[in-house]
Design a protein around this ligand. Structure first.
Ligand code: DQQ
Length: 527
């Protein structure tokens, strides 16, 4: 059965079969986490988009529910596209989503649960007078989508953002509403950035500059900054910036104009798109979901019968050390999957060498690794070429690369290096180029600078799940998701190594590694 192929993940959320893309309307309600998602019920490629639905009590084990919203009205006949949930203070739930109409016009629609006493929120009612918002003058009918979670201002009006573009300027429109039926468009955009193109799946939320708690979307005031995120297509990814929100006119200004949305930081430098956060009132945290695409061919996807998965949900907090970055970290519940653990203390890895880590099969792992550097007196130490991620992990210089080799076979004929490369600054990278002998697979080098603050050690957390590797450097300051499709390094043949391709330093690696159990992801057991 192709669906049970080794590429199938063991603890990442994915539908039983067929195509999935963006996460939609995440929320916590009456003891259940809900995730909805862009879903093609008919095939493993994009099309016929409806809202798939699943629930969980811990964000790790999931139960599939029936499709929540179908393409059954003129205003969403060509797709029930992305949207967000808002929990109102009186207990109601509002879902706003984009409908692609029978004529391919993007409009905003309102839906709500048929029965608020049903914790599973099985049935959704579309508002009788949908659509509630049409593209305004000056905005293209195909450039108007993905409403955010709403937040309420001191005037008791709710605000919703919708992404768009004018020429090549990406931007976000602000609508105000009291009843989620009637909307007024602000004169000013919330923000715009020339040259960034269409802003998909805009996300906007407060972060606390003082503490680790997440903030509900309407929280504002001293000690609060606001994050603005937009997803830029053409594989440019999910870009964010931290800044200040001015409620007087609903505008937002980045702290650093040189690192504005789309020209600065990314949430994830790998394969990660259309992400969305929600405030989890259950655990007082802000949780981020993102869509991780396949990098094999459409033919391969049709053959295996499924495509895409969601990232492990991540908590998002403001990084007090840099004050410029967010920190993302897998939700603590993932630790409930931990089985046997293995510890390695100060393993010395000499220039140009590879050291195997004897942990048994290495397809489902939670890895935490720290690296110390020992300059070699005999070498011309400290020569700091400006290398970045280079052409990958085989491009050697004095201070890098070094790190781990995941999903590698014994002969190292297939391997995926996750590594640091130091130069004037520190880079964190993943190299897919030798991850598979298969030729019909996209294999790239991903990465970016990662600030290392004060006396911090270099560290990485890596989640390995068969065909996906999610890597977090320096506590989640720089994150990279990658897909790998080895042909040999599968099941029992997959191994883990540490490596050092730097020429002028020894590496001392200390690691704690857990085998991870599979999550239960299966249909809800209706009686
Ligand atoms: N996916 C949805 C759109 C959104 C895009 C359609 C982002 O609403 O802009 O499936 O991946």
């Amino acid at each position: 059965n192709a669906m049970l192929s080794w590429q199938r993940t063991a603890f990442h959320f994915q539908p039983q079969k067929n195509w999935m893309n963006d996460p939609n309307g995440p929320l916590f309600y009456k003891g259940w986490y809900h995730i909805f998602y862009q879903y093609n019920p008919e095939s493993a490629v994009f099309g016929n988009i409806t809202w798939g639905h699943a629930v969980s009590t811990d964000l790790i084990h999931w139960l599939y529910l029936p499709i929540a919203m179908l393409r059954d009205s003129w205003y969403d006949a060509k797709g029930v596209w992305s949207g967000s949930a808002t929990l109102l203070p009186d207990g109601r739930i509002v879902m706003l989503y984009t409908g692609n109409t029978h004529q391919n016009v993007q409009v905003q629609n309102l839906a709500y649960p048929a029965n608020l006493s049903d914790p599973l929120l099985l049935h959704w009612v579309k508002y009788a007078d949908n659509p509630v918002v049409l593209p305004p003058p000056g905005i293209g009918p195909k450039d108007f989508r993905d409403p955010t979670t709403a937040w309420v201002g001191p005037d008791d009006k709710w605000r919703v953002l919708i992404g768009s573009k004018v020429n090549q300027t990406g931007l976000s429109l602000v609508y105000k509403t009291q009843d989620f039926i009637h909307y007024e468009l602000n004169d000013e955009y919330m923000h715009e950035v020339p040259g960034t193109g269409m802003w998909e799946c805009v996300d906007f939320y407060p972060v606390s500059v003082n503490g680790p708690d997440g903030l509900d979307t309407s929280v504002n005031g001293p000690g609060v900054k606001h994050v603005l995120k937009s997803s830029l297509d053409d594989t440019r990814g999910d870009h964010y910036a931290i800044g200040r929100y001015f409620i007087e006119n609903d505008t937002w200004v980045p702290d650093d104009p040189n690192k504005d949305v789309g020209i600065g930081l990314k949430l994830d430098y790998g394969r990660f798109y259309a992400s969305k956060t929600f405030y989890d009132q259950n655990k007082k945290r802000r949780v981020l979901w993102g869509w991780i695409n396949e990098s094999d061919s459409e033919t391969a996807d049709l053959k295996k019968g499924w495509a895409s998965l969601q990232s492990i949900p991540r908590t998002v907090v403001f990084d007090k050390k840099t004050e410029t970055h967010l920190l993302q970290w897998p939700v603590e519940e993932i630790e409930s999957l931990r089985l046997r653990s293995y510890e390695f203390e100060e393993v010395v890895v000499k220039p140009g060498s590879v050291v195997p880590l004897d942990i048994g099969p290495a397809t489902q792992l939670d890895i935490f690794a720290e690296f110390e550097i020992e300059y070699l007196a005999s070498k011309g130490t400290g020569k700091k070429e400006n290398v970045g991620c280079g052409n990958g992990a085989f491009d050697r210089s004095s201070l890098g690369p070094f790190g781990i080799l995941a999903i590698a076979d014994d002969k190292l004929s297939e391997l995926t290096p996750i590594y640091f490369h130091l130069s004037n600054t520190s880079f964190f990278c993943v190299d897919e180029t030798r991850s598979s002998k298969a030729s019909d697979v996209s294999k790239l080098v991903f990465g970016s600078e990662v600030p290392v603050v004060g006396d911090e050690r270099l560290s990485m957390r890596v989640l390995v799940d068969h065909s996906i590797i999610e890597s977090f450097a320096q506590g989640g300051r720089t994150v990279i998701s990658s897909r790998v499709y080895p042909t040999e390094a599968i099941y029992e043949a997959a191994r883990l190594f540490v490596f050092n391709n730097a020429t002028d330093i020894n590496i001392k690696a200390s690691l704690k590694i857990w085998q991870l159990n599979s999550a239960f992801i299966r249909p809800f057991p209706f009686h």
